[in-house]
Design a protein around this ligand. Structure first.
Ligand code: NAP
Length: 210
């Protein structure tokens, strides 16, 4: 698939790198496509990969991953062009994390706000409640980490679930986009366990069934 990765940081680099290795066509969308950071990433990621401005990256893609800081997400969507995003599968990996925890929550979520800023986008919340180390390598010795996702478009969720499964995650469809109200706090739990409770980033959630 043709996947635009908006944000050339940790998440963008990890997911873009893996999907490129799996044969997808990757277009990184950056505020500064000719800058050192974007060009370094381009050198590190083998395959059918290029970097462009945000608008150009989004306009030709079938799937768009948003991997920007929460504070920059609304501007990024504006730069991408909301008409450009309409009808496209948009993966929202964003966590609305501030210095004292989640900045959005309770009776709404970052995902629902993003949906209101990008009307018509087929939004799927995914990849927000795991670490970039897992995105690069989800191997836990035979046990697949769960990849929780939610959204209101069943077909879009199937595509994202397939992209997650290609990275050796076990996708778990949690229901409508409003379930992001629970997936975003789950990311805070992952961050807290990894960085404040001494577990480190080599941890992943798994849903057990019997
Ligand atoms: N790190 C994790 O383990 C992890 C896991 C799950 C979810 N998340 C979430 O995913 C999102 C991205 O996280 P990340 O760790 O990849 O962040 P990051 O390393 O800081 O990268 C974010 C990228 O967003 C772009 N960007 C656009 N506007 C920006 C602005 N005003 N300031 C800074 N960067 C801007 C930048 O790419 P350009 O310079 O090329 O435009 C930047 O490289 C966040 O919402 C985070 O909460 C992170």
């Amino acid at each position: 698939m043709k996947i635009a990765i908006i944000g050339t940081g940790h998440v963008g680099g990890a997911l873009g790198g893996r999907w490129a290795r799996d044969g997808h066509e990757i277009i990184f969308g950056s505020r500064d496509p000719q800058g050192e950071k974007a060009q370094n990433l381009l050198r590190l990621v083998p395959g059918n990969v290029r970097v462009a401005g945000t608008t150009e990256a989004v306009s030709t893609a079938e799937v768009v991953l948003i991997a920007t800081p929460w504070s920059a997400t609304r501007d990024t969507l504006t730069r991408a062009g909301t008409t450009n995003l309409a009808g496209k599968i948009v993966i929202d990996a964003v966590n609305p994390i501030g210095p004292d925890g989640l900045l959005v929550g309770g009776n709404t979520s970052a995902a629902e706000q993003i949906a209101s800023w990008a009307p018509g986008a087929r939004l799927v919340k995914a990849f927000n409640s795991t670490g970039t180390g897992n995105m690069s390598n989800a191997d836990y010795g035979g046990e697949k980490p769960s990849l929780f996702l939610c959204g209101d478009d069943a077909e879009a969720k199937k595509v994202v679930a397939r992209l997650a499964a290609e990275l050796d995650f076990d996708p778990v469809d949690c229901g409508p986009l409003s379930m992001a109200r629970y997936l975003e706090p789950l990311a805070m739990l992952w961050v807290t366990l990894a960085y404040n409770r001494g577990f480190g980033p080599d941890i992943a959630f798994r849903l057990l069934k019997r």
